[in-house]
Ligand binder design. Structure first.
Ligand code: HEM
Length: 233
């Protein structure tokens, strides 16, 4: 059974046998959880930096976007291999869309904050252009997926094709990892090689490792489903 179909079956099972989830409550919960995550991430920056600038705020918002979108994507893999997270599958759409909301705020900050001016000249400099192109591709993919995350679109596109289209999210996610990994690596290397004075890693390294975990689990899932379909033939 394709991974997304199994996740969808679990979602439908959960909706059928548990008290009817009220859509508004789920959105409310997700927004509250996301604010808690933003506070925790900001506290990490507070603890590890001398000051909390507008630039750090933008980084924290970008981190929350990546974490929420990553949780949304990884739920399919986790629910395929294990059962412990089945009850959280109902949040998949809300995680992805609230994450896209933080992504939008991050992009607006990245255009408006003076730390990144002039726009777009700042991003078109040689050392930033590759990261910027990665960000643009990821943004285009996530905007498309957000636009089709509704019943009307599923009905119009057809469930099977819609599920296949949603897999684009992983490609967008890899582009986001490239977007900040390309710049971050120079700051992470001293910590990874034990040459950093700080015992705490940069938060971008933590989210990058999380992102790599999301991608590895998806590859494991793809491997497992393709092995099963080969055995079935
Ligand atoms: C055109 C779109 C985008 C622009 C212009 C942009 C701009 C930026 C900039 C300037 C930074 C570095 C911040 C700094 O060091 O001061 C950054 C980092 C980051 N961005 Fe974006 N971004 C875009 C899209 C995205 C998207 C789509 C996501 C995720 C869904 C994202 C997530 C991140 C993350 C996680 C970081 C690293 C934050 C950290 O240092 O921990 N960005 N972005």
């Amino acid at each position: 059974m394709p991974a997304e179909l199994k996740a969808q079956t679990k979602l439908e099972h959960h909706i059928k046998y548990s008290p009817v989830p009220r859509e508004l409550r789920l959105w409310g919960e997700m927004i509250v959880y996301s604010i808690i995550i933003l506070i925790v991430v900001s506290a990490y920056y507070f603890a590890t930096n001398a000051s909390f600038s507008e630039r750090i705020l933008n980084r924290a918002v970008g981190d929350v976007a990546l974490l929420l979108i990553g949780f949304s994507l990884v739920l399919s893999s986790i629910c395929y291999f294990w059962d412990f997270a089945d009850k959280y599958i109902i949040y998949r759409k809300h995680l992805g869309l609230v994450g896209s909301g933080y992504m939008t705020i991050h992009i607006v900050f990245s255009i408006l904050f003076s730390a990144y001016s002039p726009f777009p000249g700042y991003y078109l400099e040689d050392k930033r252009i590759a990261s910027f192109i990665g960000a643009l591709i990821a943004t285009a993919i996530f905007v498309l997926l957000a636009a089709i995350s509704n019943r009307f679109a599923i009905h119009e596109i057809g469930a099977t094709r819609w599920r296949k289209l949603m897999r684009l999210g992983y490609i967008g996610f890899v582009f986001v990892l490239f977007h900040f990994g390309a710049k971050g690596i120079q700051y992470w290397t001293p910590w990874l090689t034990g040459k950093s004075e700080s015992i705490f890693p940069s938060f971008s390294l933590i989210v990058f490792m999380f992102g790599v975990g999301v991608v590895i689990l998806r590859i494991a899932l793809w491997f497992s489903t393709s092995q099963k379909s080969k055995l079935g033939n």
